[in-house]
Unconditional design. Structure first.
Length: 468
């Protein structure tokens, strides 16, 4: 049973969405078609996959350009006054900073995280979570540690109300499903649970099904350059890897089962693009003798789970029992065997032709290519640097990352560490700028194995990890 606090906003939003005068204000979206420009056929599948993700919308639009350009009017002070005095370009940069958006490498006038069509509609794509910035450089495939989906949705919805525009699926959905409690992480697993709940194995929609039980929690996005080394997807490694599985984000009501089949070939190209991404090289100086000593320590203590690197690489894709790894188990418990089984018998796996594990033991130890770049660490993004990961007793309780300041010494995010949340950051957008390991699903405990190493060994392993 929903409380009045939940259903009253829902009624308001649904009423607005159905109002004919407001609905008329929304530009007609240019999405839903099949195929792509003829000249794209000359590209490699990987090149085509990138263009499809950045230039083709697979969902209804979230908002339009006018809405985005007016979000600043609802910002808190003194940011709002600064935006009012700024030029349009300066205001755009301020908005990108607030919401964790980055310019596309091939077109800096557009965000990597959204498809912006000729009518000015903005539609989220996969880079919202899997396209970030490091030392001022946008890197497709890098986890976007600053994406502020909840804040962006709240601000664009407020702008729509002022402009007389109808709310989007994201606005309506956020009433029932929180989008993310901390910038840089999202409630993506529950997005999938609730959307898949209303589909059968053929992806037909069943609107008569009740709202499923959900355990809301945030997840950190994995780096895409490790995709090629895996046979199974997700932190619990339950789903065999395939191009259809990449299409789960499309499970909104507006996409019927025929659209998945019509777009399947395009996602073979998206699969090829993700598999083509290479991990970036560490940009700083590496103490090679120290790294060599670290390689020996790593081989003896870490390779059994995380694999080997260099001339003869290997990756065991080992699933560690949840009680052994000891990291936050909310994600493990939130996705039930029934959820995994339903996915494993669906069109996404070609009706069980791909392997599926209904009840995995725990979490999979990921490959560590480019680990230096993919902070924060652990599946929930609770540990800001590799230095902290190697020192379990010294992991911060509350921390806030700088916008674009990389810590070359500790290898990870340059952070402000606090014993508790400051008073001004107890709620709303300010709260989401801070990571509190005391919050549900956000514990930094577990993966205590480095505690048995000496300080010299930890320093050596840290240097070695820069080389991967």
């Amino acid at each position: 049973m929903m409380s009045s606090r939940t259903w009253l906003p829902a009624i308001v939003l649904l009423s607005l969405a159905s109002h004919p005068a407001l609905a008329a204000e929304t530009k007609q979206p240019t999405w839903g078609g099949t195929g792509y420009p003829e000249e794209w056929k000359q590209l490699t599948p990987a090149e085509r996959g990138y263009k499809l993700l950045t230039q083709k919308a697979y969902l209804p639009p979230d908002f339009d350009q006018e809405t985005f350009d007016n979000t600043w009017k609802n910002w808190p002070e003194p940011l709002r006054s600064e935006a009012e005095k700024a030029t349009p370009d300066e205001r755009r940069r301020m908005a990108f900073s607030r919401y964790g958006l980055t310019p596309r490498p091939d077109d800096p006038t557009k965000p990597l995280q959204y498809v912006v069509d000729s009518a000015g509609n903005w539609t989220m794509n996969c880079f919202a979570c899997h396209g970030g910035k490091l030392s001022g450089t946008t890197i497709p495939g890098l986890p976007n540690r600053r994406f502020a989906l909840q804040t962006l949705t709240e601000d664009t919805f407020a702008a729509k109300l002022e402009l007389g525009k109808a709310p989007s699926r994201m606005d309506l959905g956020s009433v029932f499903v929180p989008l993310g409690a901390t910038n840089g992480s999202t409630n993506a697993v529950m997005f999938g649970v609730v959307l898949m709940h209303f589909r059968d194995a053929d992806l037909n929609i069943h609107e008569d099904r009740g709202i499923p039980k959900m355990v809301h929690h945030d997840m950190d996005a994995p780096a895409w350059w490790n995709f090629k080394f895996k046979d199974y997807l997700y932190i619990d490694g339950f789903a065999g890897k395939g191009h259809r599985g990449l299409m789960q984000f499309m499970l909104v009501k507006q996409n019927g089962p025929e659209r998945f089949r019509n777009w399947e070939e395009e996602f073979r190209d998206v699969f090829a693009f993700i598999a083509s991404i290479e991990a970036p090289k560490f940009p700083g100086k590496i103490d090679q003798p120290l790294a060599d000593r670290g390689a020996v320590v790593f081989q003896k203590n870490c390779a059994e789970c995380h694999g080997t690197y260099g001339d003869k690489p290997s990756y065991p894709e080992r699933n560690i029992p949840i009680d052994d790894i000891g990291t936050d188990r909310v994600r493990y418990d939130a996705l039930t065997p029934a959820h995994r089984k339903a996915y494993g018998e669906s069109w996404f796996t070609d009706y069980a032709k791909l392997p599926n594990i209904d009840a995995p033991e725990g979490y999979v130890a990921p490959p560590l290519h480019g680990i230096w770049a993919s902070a924060p660490y652990l599946h929930n993004g609770s540990v800001p640097t590799l230095w902290h990961l190697l020192r379990p007793a010294e992991r911060p309780v509350v921390w806030k990352g700088a916008e674009d300041d990389y810590d070359h010494e500790r290898v990870g995010l340059k952070v402000e560490v606090l014993p508790q949340l400051p008073d001004y950051a107890r709620r709303g957008a300010a709260r989401r700028e801070y990571f509190s390991t005391k919050s549900f699903g956000k514990s930094a405990a577990g993966h205590d194995y480095p505690a048995k190493l000496t300080e010299a060994q930890r320093e050596a392993v840290l240097e070695y990890l820069k080389t991967l």
